[in-house]
Design a protein around this ligand. Structure first.
Ligand code: NAP
Length: 231
């Protein structure tokens, strides 16, 4: 580990947006990369080390509260990016209890487990940044997105309330709300070239982290410029 660098823990770092955030921050930050898939985390860590950076993979499921606590409690990280997320998009009447529970567990409860383990250290040190990757679905619902949008509305309420609680302690809380991003998140098989790139979201996160300490950007909304017209 390169001790002189600040440390950023990113959940869902094995692929997609989380991986892009890890790669973008790696030249200046020590990366702690968390997800369930060991092989993908190892390949990320290898890529970062080859580029001269430092990356510690942590294989854990964010829905497993005790495992998250064991892995993270007492760790010194300067930034946590709550990015791990899942979406099962289907009409509400077709949504199974398991679909519903999965989205609540990963997108909402996972944010609780990870943030709850790391925030006390940030408050003690009087400095830190909790970033949450929300979604435009956190302000606009859509057909097929009842549970997913509910989770993303939930994290917006969580982020705003937490921000008001801990800003006086020197800890920032920000939510990034992207529209459609070209990742494996949506496996439609359709053209994704009009979508945001994962690195666009990573650039927004880097902007948040590079802001002067006196400046708190609590919310970024971003969307593709030219999505296909609805027919
Ligand atoms: N793609 C979009 O259009 C879009 C738009 C707006 C917001 N977002 C949000 O952006 C975030 C990342 O999405 P993405 O597009 O990068 O999705 P993705 O490519 O499907 O990646 C999801 C990541 O979350 C991790 N993950 C899922 N369940 C997990 C669990 N139980 N424990 C730990 N890690 C878990 C996955 O790792 P493992 O499977 O290895 O655990 C993977 O690294 C999500 O919060 C999503 O809601 C995405």
């Amino acid at each position: 580990m390169t001790q002189s660098r600040p440390a950023a823990l990113i959940t869902g770092a094995s692929r997609g947006i989380g991986r892009a955030i890890a790669l973008r921050l790696a030249p200046r930050w020590t990366i702690v990369a968390l997800a369930r898939t060991a092989a993908e985390l190892e390949s990320l860590a290898e890529e970062i080390r080859t580029g001269g950076g430092a990356c510690e993979p942590i294989v854990v499921d964010v829905t497993d509260g005790p495992a998250v606590r064991r892995a993270l409690e007492g760790r010194h990280v300067d930034v946590v990016v709550n990015n791990a997320g899942v979406g099962v998009m289907k009409p509400f009447v077709e949504l199974t209890p398991e679909d519903w529970q999965l989205m609540m567990d990963v997108n909402v409860n996972g944010v609780y487990h990870v943030t709850h383990a790391l925030l006390p250290g940030m408050i003690r040190r009087g400095r830190g940044h909790v970033v949450i990757i929300g979604s435009i679905s956190g302000k606009s619902g859509f057909a097929g997105g009842t549970a997913y949008a509910a989770t993303k509305f939930a994290v917006n309420g969580f982020a705003e309330s937490l921000m008001l609680e801990v800003r006086d302690a020197g800890v920032k809380v920000s939510v990034v709300m992207p529209g459609s991003v070209a990742t494996s998140f949506s496996r439609t098989g359709r053209d994704q070239s009009w979508k945001l790139m994962a690195d666009d979201v990573a650039a927004a996160v880097e902007f948040l982290l590079d802001a002067p300490q006196r400046m708190l950007v609590d919310r970024i909304e971003m969307r593709p410029l030219n999505p296909p017209k609805k027919t």
